[in-house]
Write a new protein. Structure first.
Length: 163
């Protein structure tokens, strides 16, 4: 597996450097729905788990996070099919990462994570990986339910402007 590093937006700070060798995919704001029809499908999924928002900015952030989650679930499912293993996604729990580097905001990420947990889309699987600077953990592993990758079927994704 490749290492994943989550860096602070400030290159002079080392306290937000994290390394993980156990996650092939880490939730991050890198994709979003490609077209309105794709947004509508994401909206339907957000409503289904009770995580939809009427606030346009919050909804855009949720679209991006859900898109990243679904795309990475598909990648993991393909990897598991080819090589075996489990669909475990790394999920950063670091508030500074979500607030400063990703510009998504920690409350939105926590809301989505809790909704996914409550609805059985993910279950906590691995304790946080080690923060190289502080010796603390921040990136937990979550096992993705087997039905999740197929939820992304038919949804087109594109690069996000949030990252």
């Amino acid at each position: 597996m490749n290492q994943t590093k989550l860096l602070s937006s400030n290159p002079d700070r080392l306290d937000h450097l994290f390394e993980s060798v156990q996650f092939s995919e880490v939730l991050s704001p890198v994709v979003q729905p490609q077209a309105i029809i794709d947004e509508e499908q994401i909206d339907h999924l957000l409503i289904q788990i009770g995580c939809h928002s009427n606030r346009p900015v919050s909804l855009r952030k949720l679209h991006t996070l859900m898109s990243s989650f679904l795309l990475q679930a598909q990648r993991l499912a393909n990897r598991v099919q080819r090589k075996g293993g489990q669909m475990v996604i790394g999920w950063p729990h670091d508030e500074a990462y979500w607030r400063t580097r990703s510009n998504v905001g920690y409350p939105i990420v926590k809301k989505l994570r809790q909704a996914l947990l409550d609805n059985g889309w993910i279950t906590h699987h691995k304790q946080p990986t080690k923060n190289l600077y502080h010796g603390e953990g921040n990136c937990n592993g979550y096992l993705i339910a087997g039905f999740v990758p197929e939820l992304a079927d038919g949804i087109a994704f594109q690069s996000s402007e949030l990252s």
